[in-house]
Design a protein around this ligand. Sequence first.
Ligand SMILES: *Cc1c(COP(=O)(O)O)cnc(C)c1O
Length: 380
Amino acid sequence: MGIRTDAIHAGVRPDPTTGSVMTPIYQTSTYVYESPGKSTGYDYARTINPTRSALEENLKVLEGGRAAYAFASGMAAISAVMTLLKAGDHVVVSHNVYGGTYRLFARVLEDYGLSFAYVDTSRIENVEAAIRPNTRMVYLETPTNPMMVLTDIAQVASLCRARRLTSVVDNTFLTPVFQKPLDLGADIVVHSTTKYLNGHSDSVGGAVILARDEHAERIQFVQNSVGAILSPFDSWLVLRGLKTLPLRMRAHDENGMKVARYLEAHRGVARVLYPGLPSHPQHELALRQARGSGGMISFYLKSDEAALRFFAPLRLCALAESLGGIETLICQPSTMTHASVPKEDRQRLGLTESLVRISVGCEDPEDIVADLEKGLAAAL
Ligand SMILES: *Cc1c(COP(=O)(O)O)cnc(C)c1O
């Protein structure tokens, strides 16, 4: 089936008791046993819930995995993946991952004996050079947030297979509509469903999708043991959001390209980072490994002071963290999403105050551009 059909139908069956076309919100903590020791297959709702199972089945199909598990947040999903490791293990990580991922690795998991090397994974020789005898995993985000640096997933996945390392890709930015890491050879995909998958900025959640049965078994065990599950209501919201994911992603992509072109032509903008533009240094890789660039654009104003003036007149573009919603959100990564990254690391990565990140929504593109024009006029 095509992805539009799968997004609407995968995992969704009419409810057996009523014929309800939409999967009900099974708001229950427990289930009646048929007799002692004989459950219906549903025993306790941390372990299994039909609304969550429908969502997990849908995600599994969209990403082309063997299994999927839904978590209470993207960070809970990433934490679950990291439990595949043991004290003493080493991980090679894309060097400007999501700020919360960096915080989890550097300030929580290092205390449990894991170590991390942050490298520019866009160059395969950096990945190779960072591998040590105790390296067990390579963790990629592509495109990275907010620098929009791409990593060649197929190339890194094949290196990982040769070295028996687990490859993980955070696919939050492009979603399976535009990029399918498991098809490119990766072992595990993680998502913050908070972003495009739910798409309506009204739920926090995460997911892990796995290509290998041994990983799937372990993640299911951890999901139940740790218990950071997605609630029935949030599962229902994400399942509902997913039905329009392919339609929304097409709109985000069209609007993203229009806004990126507008910004690139504006004299108040120093530089635009958008893989869909021919000016992006990895545009060719973007065309090869992804079917679209989506709605995430980063750009530099001409100075840090210009940024102070830029944000004030914006009305349609909401000043907020997060991304991937149907509405346009805009932020200053250095003081908002990436404030937890140490200042010297921010400088090294180019995360200055003149950097702006926009999550282009599905509004009329002329209206988004008109709002940005007010900000850019003030910034000049
Ligand atoms: C938001 C985000 C996360 C974390 O997800 P939460 O749902 O906020 O816990 C991880 N990775 C990326 C790329 C994100 O954008």
